[in-house]
Design a protein around this ligand. Structure first.
Ligand SMILES: Nc1ncnc2c1ncn2[C@@H]1O[C@H](COP(=O)(O)OP(=O)(O)O)[C@@H](O)[C@H]1O
Ligand SMILES: [Mg+2]
Length: 256
């Protein structure tokens, strides 16, 4: 365990290539444990690519190559000794499109804790499922229908189920890649409320193309442009007193 106040994750000079094409250029950033960090920037600037380096999701893309260092509590995420399955439990991920397993609501949440051996008995597992669904703000809506399919829920409920699934394995970091982009405004507001409640318990990194959303949910914002991280700081400061010309242009809507 690192000393209090140490960043949860740190990247140093991280570059990502798809074949010969450089998609991320030498990004160095500390991800705090206690805050929500937003990644903003125009489409195609590399937000998702960089987010995926944090739990080695890019490993699943054959042409992708990562340079530089990424640490989680001081451990090298790309070390050959790193157990990637374990890493992805510690650094969970929620995607743009809700992707529940075609299984029951209960099994969606119970699967992770089962394979990671977190629940010795059925009663323990029941408790993890209930607690995770509660934390994800979904328990009251599903407690009487836990055996129904997760895919039968509404889009917003499915996304909260995916968040419950990530929470169930007791993660340290939750990565969210535009988690509301497939949702209506009411479902979006619920997810934003939920992110607010989860802040402090988990380090959260959210990619969003909505500056309003970044301003509402995050305490730290990083602005990306053409594969570079142009500027990073307290969210208020990024939106009110940006230091870089390119950040100014983006937040005033000159390109988007
Ligand atoms: N799987 C992939 N293979 C090749 N190029 C990719 C892949 N994913 C993303 N890219 C390219 O990398 C760049 C950054 O993309 P991405 O990380 O998806 O940006 P953002 O999330 O900011 O919209 C883009 O030029 C995109 O076309
Ligand atoms: Mg993206």
């Amino acid at each position: 365990m690192e000393h209090p106040g140490a960043p949860k994750m740190r990247t140093k000079d991280v570059s990502v290539y798809y074949g010969d094409k450089k998609a991320i250029d030498q990004v160095t950033i500390d991800i705090p444990a206690e805050y929500v960090t937003a990644f903003i920037g125009p489409s195609g600037c590399g937000k998702s690519t960089f987010l995926r380096t944090l739990n080695r999701m890019n490993d699943t893309i054959p042409s992708a190559r990562v340079e530089g260092t990424i640490e989680l509590d001081g451990d090298d995420v790309y070390a050959s000794s790193m157990d990637v399955v374990q890493l992805r439990a510690r650094v969970g991920m929620v995607f743009q499109k809700p992707n529940p397993f075609p299984k029951s609501i209960y099994d969606n949440v119970a699967y992770g804790p089962s394979i990671h051996g977190l629940a010795p008995t059925k009663a323990d597992l029941d408790q993890i499922v209930e607690k995770s669904l509660q934390r994800a703000g979904l328990w009251n809506e599903v407690k009487d229908r836990l055996q129904e399919s997760g895919t039968a829920l509404s889009g917003g409920q499915q996304q909260r189920l995916c968040i419950a699934r990530a929470i169930a394995v007791d993660p340290e970091v939750i990565l969210m890649d535009e988690p509301c982009s497939a949702l209506d405004p009411i479902a979006t507001a619920k997810i934003e409320e939920l992110i607010d409640e989860l802040q402090g318990r988990y380090a959260i990194v959210i990619v969003t193309h909505s500056m309003q959303q970044a301003a509402r949910v995050s305490q730290r914002t990083a602005f990306f442009h053409l594969g570079e991280m142009v500027e990073y700081g307290p969210t208020d400061a990024i939106f009110t007193t940006p230091q870089e010309e390119r950040t100014k242009d983006y937040i005033t809507g000159r390109y988007g």
